[in-house]
Design a protein around this ligand. Structure first.
Ligand code: E4P
Length: 224
């Protein structure tokens, strides 16, 4: 299971890299826009340094045509790092770009996936990750859990190395459902991640343990 942060905010990434077993960071132009007009390549290189060499950085290409996507892909690899996962929309033009880039052994995340058919085409194209937009799918009354389960079953049938990187979450129940149905990876915004640890009973339970301990060994005492 791979847990990703869906943000380009440096401080947030610095915080969570020490808190959870972070598989990496995902971004898209909307996420980048939230950081203002940044020095894009240097900003992304900073993120890559923060998360470390074992973690994965997914950066989205911009444009509409295969030429746009291929050009952006090489700019991303040259400007940030050669092992970045380039996110490319799973459109006709995007699939054409993925076909070329996979021949060049570029790491690819097929994104903007809403339908099983898109996912099958991305799988066939050899995309390393397939990113269904879970919340957006649910908002369109698309059965996202079944989508994940069906694609996970297809990956298992094919013994494919591709992974589902479920994205576009707006609450932890959606994250749980995606993982429960076989997503190998999920990416979520810090708001979703934080909310997942704010279940109201957690803090009182921890406080009660401390209170009981201190009632025996004194306020402020610890095991050491
Ligand atoms: C991955 O990075 C996706 O682009 C992202 O999760 C989409 O999320 P949104 O539906 O909240 O825009």
């Amino acid at each position: 299971m791979e847990l990703y942060l869906d943000t380009a905010n440096i401080e947030t990434i610095k915080h969570y890299v020490d808190v959870i077993a972070l598989a990496g960071v995902t971004s898209n132009p909307t996420i980048v826009k939230k950081e203002g007009k940044i020095d894009f390549f240097n900003h992304m290189k900073q993120i890559k340094d923060i998360i470390g060499p074992q973690a994965k950085l997914h950066v989205q290409a911009v444009g509409q045509t295969r030429e746009d996507f291929i050009q952006d892909a090489y700019s991303i690899l040259e400007g940030i790092a050669p092992d970045v996962f380039v996110k490319i929309p799973t459109t006709e033009e995007g699939l054409a770009a993925i076909k070329v880039l996979k021949q060049e052994k570029v790491n690819i995340t097929a994104t903007a996936v809403y339908t099983e058919f898109q996912a099958y085409l991305a799988l066939a194209a050899g995309a390393d990750y397939i990113a269904p937009y879970y919340n957006r799918m649910r908002n369109m009354n698309i059965d996202a859990p079944s989508f994940v389960r069906n694609i996970a079953d297809q990956i298992a049938r094919e013994k494919s190395n591709s992974k589902i990187l479920a994205a576009s979450f707006h609450n932890v129940e959606q994250v749980n459902a995606a993982l429960r149905n076989g997503a190998q990876a999920v990416t979520m915004g810090p708001d979703v991640l934080t909310s997942g640890l704010e279940m109201p009973a957690i803090a009182p339970a921890v406080t009660a343990f401390q209170t009981d301990w201190e009632s025996i060994y004194g306020v402020g005492s610890s095991i050491t």
